[in-house]
Structure formats: structure tokens, C-alpha cells
Design a protein around this ligand. Structure first.
Ligand SMILES: Nc1ncnc2c1ncn2[C@@H]1O[C@H](COP(=O)(O)OP(=O)(O)O)[C@@H](O)[C@H]1O
Ligand SMILES: [Mg+2]
Length: 374
């Protein structure tokens, strides 16, 4: 297999931005298909075209100018991706892996086929079916759109028949209905799989979500090594089963001491941003290495402990970020602040997880509030 040099990225968000940063360091060329000219990657990548990722001709043009195409998000139509593959374009991950990654219902089918433990789930296809399913689990549930939700926006926690009616999307879409569980902890595993099936795995991270959105990520997870090993095995088996190329992020719940497989993303993931400072090779560099057919880099932990905290817009966030904290790695994506919007993240490394977490939390709050207090 001849290693490739030019990579097209569908989507211009922060993942594309951080892929572009990694690419420039290792001498790979990226071209971005962004929805808007002020998208994070569009602002720094000279070879950016503006277009709709759902438009087959925009995707075909990008694929025609690059040796391989990869993705910043899941807002793509797997059928269109399949058409491009049959025309001879190289997509990594491919259409088959993307078809699973974009659809939580298909993810559950794959996990089921592999015999992996998942949360009790009913798939509802109308508001009536949603209401019946909520009733069946005692009147309160968690609702998730199968396709097209991200950053907690496709999820309704504490759903009742009443709030479900308001939340239900207008478009026809399958909705997963689950009992609202008492979760002991959440963890994530990043697997990187090369086109030849070779795999490397990052150390397991612990994730803490706020309002359904990832807020804090910590490494090491400090959980039972047995649980960690089981999670890594499951993540690897899913990566093989869907034949993914690139990063596969796998999210788990721990409930009553047992693992449940929640969902996957076939791209670099928020829970892996910490690898930029905590591991020998970042998830972004390894994603590019994998999709371009280069050998994968070491995932070895290079610090005793690290914590990543997202910088999220609030009603207090102004147009800037005030003074940059000096005791963390700062990653700001250049997005216009809006309440609830991920604007960046910070990562602190330290000897203890407590120190790292405290420093990262403090730095993120400073950045979130900086503009209004300065
Ligand atoms: N069945 C559930 N019970 C309790 N909390 C849940 C359940 N499902 C999801 N959550 C919480 O909501 C978060 C987001 O849900 P997830 O299914 O991962 O959707 P998303 O695609 O938005 O990441 C999870 O990380 C978890 O904290
Ligand atoms: Mg999730």
C-alpha cells in the first residue's frame, strides 16, 4: 500500500481544525469542505471550499482533488458515500462503517450481533410509540434520535410523555427510548485502526457529562483494570466488525459495576482531545496516519495524569476570552460564543489527577467568564 499525502476532510469544525494542525506538523496536505467560511478549520486551512456536505457534487469535487476523504462529522448520507466508493474514490472510514456510525439504531444491531451488553432500548417510530415506551419504563425515560443528533442535542434526559411531545423532531426519525439509569461512571476508549487492520488503543479515559454533553475527561480512569480490559476488547471487536479505518471512539456506561456499550463515533472524538498532551501521538495525528496509510504512532501515556475540560459558551461569555491561563494547554476553536456551544478546551497535566482536574476546571471557568469580567 502506497502511503497517501492529500486528505480531504468533510466538515470544517474543530475536529477538522485539529486534524489540520496535526497534518501541518507531519507534512500531510489537507483540503476542507466547510459549510461556512468562518468555520474553525476554514479560518486556517488555505485549501477550503464552501459547500453543503449533503451535496453529492460537493463531495465528489473534494474526492476528485484528494487521494482520500475523511470526516469531521456524521452529517453525511451513507448512500451517497457508497456511490462515491463505487466510482472509485477512497473514503476512510468507508461507507459501510459510516452507515453504522451515523445511526444509533444500526449501532445497537452491530453490538447485538457481537453479543455485547447494551442499555435496554426500545426503538420507537412515532410519538405514540415513544409515549408507550416511556410508560413501559415507568413514566420517565431517556430519548435519543437515531440519526442527526450531536452534543446532547439529540438526547432528552428525564423525558416524560409531555416533554417528549415538545422535543420530538418534525422530521421522520427513529427514536431510541431507554430507562434513565443510575450511572456509576462513564468511560471511553479510542481505537485507531489502519487500512491493513492493524490497531492501536489509547489508555481508557473517564468522562463526566453535564446536560448530556461531555464536560470533563480524565486519564488514567482509575477504574478496575478488569473493566478497562473488557472495554478495550469490546472496542476492538466493534472496530473490526465495522471495518473502520481511522479513530473509533467507543463510549461505555458502568451501571451496578457492569459495562454497557453506549455508542460509537468513527472519527476523532471529544473524549480523545486529551491525547494531544497525554499520549506520545495525538488522536488527530493517528487518525491521519490511519486514513493515509502510514504506520500508526504510539499511544503510550507520557504524563502521570491529565484532565481536559471543555470551554462552553454561557450567557456570561462575551466576544473574547480575557486573559489566557498559563498553567494549561489552551485550545480555542475561533467560534463565535453562544450559550451551550463548545468554544474550545483546556488540558492540564500533573502528578495527580486531582491537581490536573482542579487546574483545568479553573482555567476553563476563567476563559468562559473572561470576557465579561475583564
Ligand atoms: N439511558 C441513560 N440513562 C442515564 N443517562 C444517560 C442515558 N443515556 C445517555 N445518558 C447520558 O447522556 C449522555 C449523552 O448520551 P449519548 O447517548 O452518549 O448521546 P450523544 O450522542 O449526545 O453523546 C451520556 O453520556 C450520559 O451521560
Ligand atoms: Mg455520547
Amino acid at each position: 500500500m502506497i502511503p497517501l499525502r492529500t486528505i480531504g476532510i468533510v466538515g470544517g469544525g474543530q475536529l477538522a481544525l485539529m486534524m489540520a494542525e496535526a497534518a501541518s506538523r507531519i507534512g500531510l496536505e489537507v483540503e476542507v469542505l466547510a459549510a461556512r467560511s468562518d468555520d474553525p478549520a476554514a479560518r486556517i486551512v488555505p485549501r477550503t471550499s464552501i459547500g453543503d456536505p449533503g451535496d453529492p457534487s460537493a463531495l465528489r469535487d473534494l474526492a476528485g482533488r484528494c487521494e482520500v476523504v475523511t470526516f469531521d462529522h456524521e452529517m453525511v448520507d451513507p448512500t451517497v458515500l457508497g456511490d462515491l466508493e463505487s466510482e472509485g474514490f477512497v473514503l476512510r472510514p468507508g461507507a459501510r462503517a459510516m452507515a453504522v456510525a451515523v445511526d444509533k439504531e444500526r449501532q445497537l444491531e452491530v453490538f447485538g450481533r457481537l453479543g455485547l451488553p447494551v442499555p435496554a432500548t426500545t426503538v420507537a417510530r412515532s410519538l405514540d410509540e415513544v409515549r408507550i415506551a416511556i410508560d413501559a419504563v415507568g413514566g420517565t425515560a431517556v430519548l435519543k434520535v437515531a440519526i442527526g443528533g450531536y452534543d446532547g442535542r439529540g438526547v432528552l434526559l428525564g423525558a416524560t410523555a409531555e416533554s417528549a411531545t415538545e422535543w420530538m423532531p418534525d422530521r421522520p426519525v427513529a427514536v431510541l427510548v431507554q430507562p434513565e439509569m443510575d450511572i456509576d461512571a462513564e468511560i471511553a476508549v479510542q481505537v485507531v485502526r489502519g487500512a491493513d487492520g492493524d490497531m492501536v488503543v489509547y489508555p481508557v479515559v473517564r468522562t463526566v457529562q453535564r446536560d448530556g454533553m461531555c464536560a470533563v475527561v480524565q486519564v488514567p480512569s482509575r477504574l478496575d483494570p478488569e473493566i478497562e480490559r473488557a472495554a478495550v476488547d469490546m472496542a476492538r471487536s466493534v472496530a473490526d466488525e465495522i471495518d473502520v479505518v481511522g479513530v473509533l471512539a467507543v463510549e461505555f456506561f458502568i451501571v451496578d459495576g457492569a459495562l454497557l456499550l453506549n455508542e460509537i463515533a468513527a472519527r476523532p472524538h471529544n473524549s480523545g482531545h486529551i491525547t494531544m498532551e497525554s499520549s506520545r501521538t495525538s488522536q488527530f495525528e493517528n487518525h491521519l496516519r490511519a486514513v493515509a496509510g502510514h504506520p500508526l504512532g504510539s499511544t503510550e501515556l507520557v504524563v502521570p495524569a491529565a484532565a481536559m475540560v471543555n470551554v462552553v459558551g454561557s450567557s456570561r461569555t462575551g466576544g473574547g476570552y480575557g486573559i489566557l491561563p498559563a498553567d494549561v494547554a489552551v485550545h480555542l476553536y475561533g467560534k463565535r460564543p453562544r450559550p451551550g456551544r463548545k468554544l474550545g478546551h483546556v488540558t492540564a497535566t500533573a502528578v495527580t489527577l486531582e491537581d490536573a482536574t482542579e487546574r483545568a476546571l479553573r482555567a476553563a471557568r476563567t476563559l468562559e467568564n473572561g470576557a465579561s469580567t475583564s
